[in-house]
Ligand binder design. Sequence first.
Ligand code: PEP
Ligand code: MN
Length: 449
Amino acid sequence: MSVEPDATVVAGLDAWRDLPAGQQPAWPDQAALTRATERLAALPPLVFAGEADALRAQLAAAGRGEAFLLQGGDCAETFAEATADNIRNKIKTILQMAVVLTYGASLPVVKMGRMAGQYAKPRSSGTETRDGVTLPAFRGDIINGFDFTEEARTPDPQRLLEAYHTSASTLNLIRAFTTGGFASLLRVHEWNRGFTTNPAYKRYEEIAAEIDRAIRFMAACGADFDALRTVDFYSSHEGLLLDYERPLTRIDSRTGLPYDCSAHFVWIGERTRELGGAHIDYFSRVQNPIGVKLGPTSTGDDAIALIDKLNPTGEPGRLTFVTRMGAGKIRDHLPQLVEKVTADGRPVTWVCDPMHGNGITSANGYKTRRFSDVMDEVAGFFEVHRSLGTVPGGLHIELTGDDVTEVLGGSEQIDDERLAERYETLVDPRLNHQQSLELAFQVVELLRA
Ligand code: PEP
Ligand code: MN
């Protein structure tokens, strides 16, 4: 039986068009845009409403301290890097981290990629100038190209379709990897053994040995069930480009309600979360679990106003606040937010993004972050929640499964000089494979402190 949608609900999905929308491209060819969005609207959904509902329940559990979210992936995915190797390495890294965190937190870890749709980027300036030439800024592969030429930088609506198809093939591989045996616990555990037998990671040997004993115990007991062989893996991206999100929004035939079927989870970025803006309006109308980034200038009143708009009835798991304060600010700024929201009583899931408040420029000109600052913000996040008796619900990390050199520090001691070796990101610096695993082990240390 299918439920017919309410006409006003459907009409509301276009209310954003009359509101100020930050960070949208100036498409030069409206007819081409219409052709692309009509095509998108006719293509199958990338994810299904029931999956988004399952994720909402898991995020609700994370908000109560009964699960922990690990969300990770590139700052900006690119079409060129949507290769089998890259996708596999990212999934592998997230699964490896998840095993360590599952053990450390003694909680199920909800696994989510900044993957299969993370193609649109907000920029601090709409233009970029090099050697006296000014062109539109790179806004992500879904909008324009990175090359500094007029042709590449001109927004091209065909890219909406390429983003859709690249997301579809990424999701296809994710589904294959996470259900086809690749993700089995024993296998992931073997990979982690490879990591901790490297002398550089001696510090983590003890925790690794404990995990090893736990797994051997399970194996000896004959534990052998599906949960050990397959994992649920969810997709997410910043819900930035409304000309992509709107055509991929579909009415769920079970309920008559709209879901943004471009991803399981979408978040609203720090630069587009203004209360009267198009993004807040749009995402208030879809049923997916959604996130909002909260930077160091956000106030308790902002947080309450966001709850009023995005989760007025206080549905558990619907709203996640992803705080990104910076290591130097989190201990001062986070408590007022958490206190105000706790007093309000409507539940939110608190997640820490220790990346975006810790940007620096290296002496040799690279946009980077220090691993130690990332860890310090994570530590601050746990401290604040511990002192207030509230729940740290998860982590949001920019990472890649490859051996890039984009973030300073970690056991590999990447310094300014080494940033030049493999600095490949087009936007923000990512933890590499080893740094990501180190982060997971250090989080276990923090959980025990
Ligand atoms: C991001 O997640 O890549 C991003 C741009 O974050 P923020 O909105 O928090 O600055
Ligand atoms: Mn980023």
